[in-house]
Structure formats: structure tokens, C-alpha cells
Design a protein around this ligand. Structure first.
Ligand code: KG4
Ligand code: ZN
Length: 340
């Protein structure tokens, strides 16, 4: 079965053709990142305009590279939530038009479910497994019971890990996205030089909190500026990254131990982080667990992951018609069928 995936939830306009949820025939991405760098973050209006300009070319190219026409495509999978609403609407409306014109089934896909599915492309893993999802908007520990059954075990109470890294990077004067810059600069620093508090979260023992850490790094920078002291930016970046990764990996290990998981998956943009990949490998080795990480090219937003998840959603009977809408927020455990 060949699925055409379409993704436009943030600043990447992407289309891909994937066979049977695992075999990538094409994966095309156009990004407006360079323009957003000027503003230190994604400007929603610019992202929407660039999606509208690029989407037909990107989809055409994905079909061409896969040596397909729409007649070869069995279903169109499109990201419908969560994300920037104006950006999502471009992909959703394009997919609706294409599905109607070509009489092709339309399958709505949750963006974060797509991130998890990037692992189906990169390995032969099958549910059930435990997944740590870390992106610009989400930090969740999720039990993936089946391809379409998700249970949230822990989540961030405030900022997502990627968001905290991006904001900290900006305060340190690093280029957007801060998460990428911090990863790049950290090997040149000493990760033990700056001390940050370990965040405490009451209630659910598996939840995260990153806003305290973020405030601590902002205070460190402002205090140094006021006193006219020079900061060791590589060490500050490395120390902050170390604190964020420790929080993520500590909770992940706690859940896996207490709930008896031995297959651990990491997904989302921050899964590209080298410190996180190394720390996750360490805990998995120590406990004898199998670790699955997406290939670096599938960590960030792409449409191959949407087509991969779309295949399993299709098999589970998920379908949309021309009434499909986009949603800025949507819990990962909510199935499209149940949205009223
Ligand atoms: O999944 P993603 O591409 O978009 C969302 O769905 O949010 O994630 C983007 C996030 C950004 O916060 C970015 O800084 C972070 O992923 N990121 C990284 C790295 N690459 C991307 N964070 C740390 N280290 C990286 N290598
Ligand atoms: Zn994403």
C-alpha cells in the first residue's frame, strides 16, 4: 500500500510516499527556517505563506521521486493537529482538495503520533513499547499499546524540553533553534561548571517541569551581564543541556522499571540531541533494555513519518471527509473518530 503523507504543522512543508508504513520511496522537505532565524523563533504568518507557496511543488516532487502518479496512491495522510493553526490549514486543505479530485481516501494523522512512527521507518519495532517524545511543543512519556492506542504516563507541566532549550539558547545569544545550537556548542564546554536546581514536581511522579531550569539559566546570564562578568557559554550550554537530559532520562528509567518495559523508543525533534541519545543508550545498556532511536533525518518534522503513521491509522479504519478541520491542540490519546 502506498501512502502520500503531507505535513505542514510548523515551518516545514513536507510530502513523502511510503509503502506499507515502513519503506520510504520519497521524502521531500521545504523549510522556511532561515527566515524565522531573523526573529529568533517561528513567525506563524510567514510559515503559513511559505506553506501555501511551496505545497504543490513539494507534493509533485514527492510523487515524482517515488516514480508515482496519484493513480498509484492508496491513501493521503495529512497532519491535522497539533501545530500552528494557519500552517496546519494549508496542508489539510490541500490534502482535502487532492483527495476529492483523485477520489483517494483521506486519513488524518496526529503530528506527535507521526513522530513516534519515525521509528517504524528506522527499525522493525512494533508496539507495545514505552516512548519518550521530546519536541518543540511536547514532552511526554507515552505507553504505545498498539499503533493507534496511546496512554500518557507523564508529561511536562510547563515548557516542553525543546522550548526550554530554544529559550535558553536565545538568552545565551545562540542562533535559533537554540536546541540545535546548544547541542553543537556543548562538546566545547564543561557540563559540570554551572549548577542548576533539580526540578521538583508534586503529584504525578513521572511528570516534568522545565520552567524553573529555564529561569535559572536566564538569571545566570542576567546576573553576569549586570556584574559585567564574562560567561563561559559552551559550559553554560553543556550544563543546561545536561540538566534537561537528566530530567528526561531519570523519569524515563523510573517509568520503564516500574511498568516493566524493555523496549524504549525516543521520538521528536529533540531526539536528535547527542547527549540525550548517549544518556538513553547508557540507561538501556545498564538495564538490558532495547533502545530505538529515529535516524537523524527523521527526527525533525517530515512527511515520511506522517505517511508511516497514516498507514496504521488507515488499517485501523481512520478516515476523514471534506469536513476535516485542523486543531492547534489535540491530546495524543484521542482518536480522530471520537472528535465531535
Ligand atoms: O519535532 P520538532 O522538529 O517540531 C515540533 O514538533 O515541535 O522539534 C523541534 C525542536 C526545537 O525545539 C529544536 O530546538 C529541537 O527540536 N531540536 C534539538 C535538536 N534538533 C532539534 N534539540 C536539541 N538537540 C538537537 N540536536
Ligand atoms: Zn514535530
Amino acid at each position: 500500500m502506498k501512502i502520500l503523507g503531507i505535513e505542514s504543522s510548523c515551518d516545514e512543508t513536507a510530502a513523502a510516499v511510503v509503502e506499507d508504513g515502513r519503506n520510504v520511496l520519497s521524502n521531500v522537505i521545504a523549510t522556511s527556517l532561515e527566515e524565522h532565524k531573523l526573529y529568533g523563533g517561528v513567525v506563524p504568518e510567514i510559515a503559513s505563506r511559505r506553506h501555501a507557496e511551496s505545497i504543490s511543488t513539494v507534493v509533485k516532487e514527492a510523487l515524482e521521486q517515488a516514480h508515482c502518479t496519484m493513480a498509484d496512491i492508496d491513501a493521503i495522510a495529512v497532519t491535522y493537529a497539533p501545530g500552528l493553526i494557519g500552517a496546519l490549514l494549508v496542508g489539510v486543505n490541500f490534502a482535502k482538495g487532492l483527495a476529492l479530485a483523485c477520489d483517494t481516501p483521506l486519513v488524518p494523522v496526529h503530528h506527535i503520533r507521526g513522530h513516534i512512527a519515525s521509528n517504524y521507518i528506522s527499525s522493525d519495532i512494533e508496539p507495545p513499547f514505552l516512548c519518550l517524545i521530546v519536541s518543540g511543543g511536547h514532552s511526554h512519556i507515552v505507553a504505545v499499546n498498539s499503533y493507534t492506542d496511546f496512554e500518557i504516563i507523564g508529561k511536562t507541566r510547563d515548557d516542553a524540553a525543546g522550548e526550554a532549550l530554544d529559550k535558553a539558547g536565545r538568552t545565551m545569544g545562540l542562533e535559533y533553534p537554540g536546541g540545535v545550537s546548544i547541542d553543537k556548542i556543548s562538546p566545547a564546554g564543561d557540563e559540570t561548571k554551572y549548577k542548576f536546581p533539580t526540578p521538583k514536581v508534586s503529584g504525578c511522579p513521572y511528570d516534568f517541569s522545565f520552567s524553573g531550569l529555564k529561569t535559572a539559566v536566564i538569571n545566570t546570564v542576567h546576573n553576569a551581564q549586570q556584574k559585567g562578568e564574562a560567561l563561559d557559554i559552551p559550559s553554560l550550554a553543556a550544563s543546561f543541556q545536561n540538566s534537561v537530559v537528566n530530567c528526561l532520562v531519570t523519569n524515563l528509567e523510573k517509568v520503564a522499571k516500574e511498568k516493566n518495559y524493555n523496549k524504549i523508543v525516543i521520538a521528536g525533534g529533540v531526539s536528535a540531541n547527542s547527549k540525550l541519545r548517549a544518556s538513553a543508550a547508557e540507561i538501556c545498556k545498564k538495564n538490558g533494555w532495547q533502545l530505538y532511536l529515529p535516524e537523524l533525518k527523521y527526527c525533525g518534522d517530515n512527511a515520511a513519518m506522517i505517511a508511516a503513521q497514516g498507514y496504521y491509522e488507515y488499517l485501523a479504519g481512520t478516515r476523514a471527509d471534506e469536513s476535516l478541520n485542523a486543531y492547534a491542540t489535540m491530546p495524543i490519546d484521542k482518536n480522530y473518530k471520537t472528535i465531535s
